[in-house]
Design a protein around this ligand. Structure first.
Ligand code: HEM
Length: 538
């Protein structure tokens, strides 16, 4: 053991000498056998056939042949950095999470990503960005697995395979690599109009960030915070970049995609290397934990909705500083495994059905991606808290467990200290009331409002930003082949704003669709109307 190469604070983690590759001075095989030559196969004479008995050749090529692991099914392309999170202590009134207590410093690892492109795709495409943070807290790992857009395409995780299938390259030619411009994506979002809000954010300047350093991050879902007495508050997490929010313009994004497809990862690594350590403030929006789980008429369990900051300000709770680049992309950026179910005492989940699916999905996909159930032992994923679990064996098991009784309580391995100590500091799920209900495949009525918040976002934009949105829709829909899909998307735009629809229709050379009477069946919350925005009357 010794200072942890993966920890910027040098916190000690037991990394055995064997895991520290390239420690010795001499080249060896994987078995530690010293080699005299790694450039020539063993042959029967200089021009003769290669011999099967060349164990070094066999090992070297065998290992190379298996160097690749599957890329992430989404968020395949990413860049990451180490850092530290320092809490202000302002959240202690609402959560007992120890890492949020005043001046506590927690090592973190943050991975930024695009969603749809493959590992080798370009950085500056129009897409959502992932913003995933692993906090190595003294109480276990807490992962805040967010995006740079505060809402999501769908309200129920059962549609996740569908929206991703629609967004990924077409299955026949695997074109295009990015979210931009393809029929399946625009087909999906016009047939599932709950996607309107997220899509509009994508078509705004938020879809083409200038840098990871100038992106906001959002936990999207509503979480439940629990204080020391067990009182609960609902909360949404926000990351606010100290450098401000900045985007590219579309022409820049396109040129950079060609000239420097690594633009964002280069920018992040260079900034950190130059000592310009990027910073974000973590903030929370708070809402009373009422049985309805709504705030000012907004359904807090609907991940396609935000709560405007005018109605609930973001309250700063700490600051994140990224201060060290990974030393090995594969070991750290590629093998890191985030999971929304990695929680610490003081932070709990809510019944958002999208979150429920994520709670299942991350571990499940990582079994395939990281080759079995023991990926928690990979150095970048290891908790800095002591581990005493009853998980045993399996592929890539690195731990050597002692004892004979991997079950609790037992009377063979020193009694059951687990039970003696568990009352203090253990994670307890909040005993929230589950409604007495019949089993249904249905959404709540409030989920039917697909347009009031996109309109709110549109109205919040400056004239220049609106021009960018119009240009983005015109460009993207201009690349769609099927006329019917273009027309259906124009009808969606008509629901957001007549001017937006008109301008895009004009750009596409298509007639403006007649106003359709499919306004939200649920009235937008009165609180939103108080923000001074008018609602569509068509
Ligand atoms: C990966 C965010 C919804 C499944 C990721 C990553 C982020 C993210 C940031 C990349 C993690 C990394 O850097 O390694 C989000 C957000 C969502 C959302 C903010 C909605 C609010 C979903 C849903 C599902 C899902 C609904 C499935 C039901 C996955 C999977 C991965 C992933 C399978 C790949 C994980 C891996 O291979 O390690 N997501 N996601 N996500 N997400 Fe989500």
């Amino acid at each position: 053991s010794g200072p942890d190469p993966f920890s910027p604070t040098g916190q000690s983690v037991d990394v055995s000498a064997a895991e520290r590759a390239q420690g010795g001075e001499r080249l060896t095989t994987a078995q530690g056998l010293r080699l005299v030559d790694t450039d020539h196969s063993l042959k029967a004479g200089p021009r003769g056939p290669v011999l099967l008995q060349d164990h070094h050749l066999r090992e070297k090529i065998m290992h190379f042949d298996h160097e690749r692991i599957p890329e992430r099914v989404v968020h395949a392309r990413g860049a990451a950095a180490h850092g530290v999170f320092r809490a202000y202590g302002t959240a202690t009134t609402v959560t007992r999470a120890a890492f949020l207590a005043k001046d506590v410093e927690t090592p973190v690892f943050v991975r930024f990503s695009t969603v749809l492109g493959s590992r080798g795709s370009a950085d500056t495409v129009r897409d959502t960005r992932g913003f995933a943070t692993k906090f190595y807290t003294g109480e276990g790992v807490f992962d805040l697995v967010g995006n740079n857009i505060p809402v999501f395409f769908i309200q129920d995780a059962i549609k996740f395979p569908d929206v991703i299938h629609a967004g990924k390259p077409h299955p026949d030619r695997e074109i295009p690599q990015a979210q931009s411009a393809h029929d399946t994506f625009w087909d999906f979002v016009s047939l599932h109009t709950e996607a309107t809000h997220h899509t509009l954010w994508n078509m705004s300047d938020r879809g083409i960030p200038r840098s990871f350093r100038t992106m906001e991050g959002f936990g999207v879902h509503t979480f439940r915070l629990v204080d020391a007495e067990g009182a609960t508050t609902l909360a949404k997490f926000h990351w606010k970049p100290k450098a401000g929010v900045h985007s590219l313009v579309w022409e820049e994004a396109q040129i950079i995609s060609g000239v420097d497809p690594d633009f964002h990862r280069r920018d992040l690594a260079d900034a950190i290397e130059a000592g310009a350590h990027p910073q974000w403030e973590l903030g929370i929006q708070l809402f009373p934990d009422t049985p309805e789980q709504t705030f000012e008429g907004i359904d807090l369990l609907d991940p396609t909705k935000i709560v405007p900051e005018e109605l609930s300000p973001v309250q700063p709770v700490g600051v994140l500083t990224l201060n060290a680049n990974p030393v090995n992309f594969f070991a750290e950026t590629e093998q890191v495994a985030f999971h929304v179910g990695h929680l610490v005492p003081g932070i709990d989940v809510t019944d958002d059905p999208l979150l429920a699916g994520r709670l299942f999905s991350y571990l499940d996909t990582q079994i395939t991606r990281l080759g079995g159930p023991n990926f928690g032992q990979i150095p970048i994923n290891r908790t800095h808290a002591p581990v005493n679990d009853m998980l045993r064996d399996g592929f890539h098991q690195d731990a050597v467990h002692s004892g004979v009784a991997p079950y609790k309580p037992n009377s063979l391995d020193g009694g059951c200290p687990f039970f003696a100590g568990q009352q203090e500091g253990g994670y307890r799920e909040t005993p929230v009331q589950v409604p007495a209900a019949r089993k249904v495949r249905e959404a709540p009525a409030s989920y039917a409002d697909h347009f009031s918040q996109p309109r709110l976002f549109w109205l919040s934009l400056t004239p220049v930003e609106r021009e960018h949105v119009i240009a983005a829709y015109t460009f993207e829909l201009g690349k769609v082949y099927e006329q019917a899909i273009k027309e259906r998307n124009l009808r969606v735009l008509a629901e957001i704003d007549p001017y937006l629809c008109e301008q895009v229709a004009q750009g596409l050379g298509l007639p403006v669709p007649k106003p359709v009477n499919s306004l939200p069946s649920v009235e937008p919350s009165p609180a939103l109307s108080q923000l001074g925005h008018t609602w569509p009357t068509t």
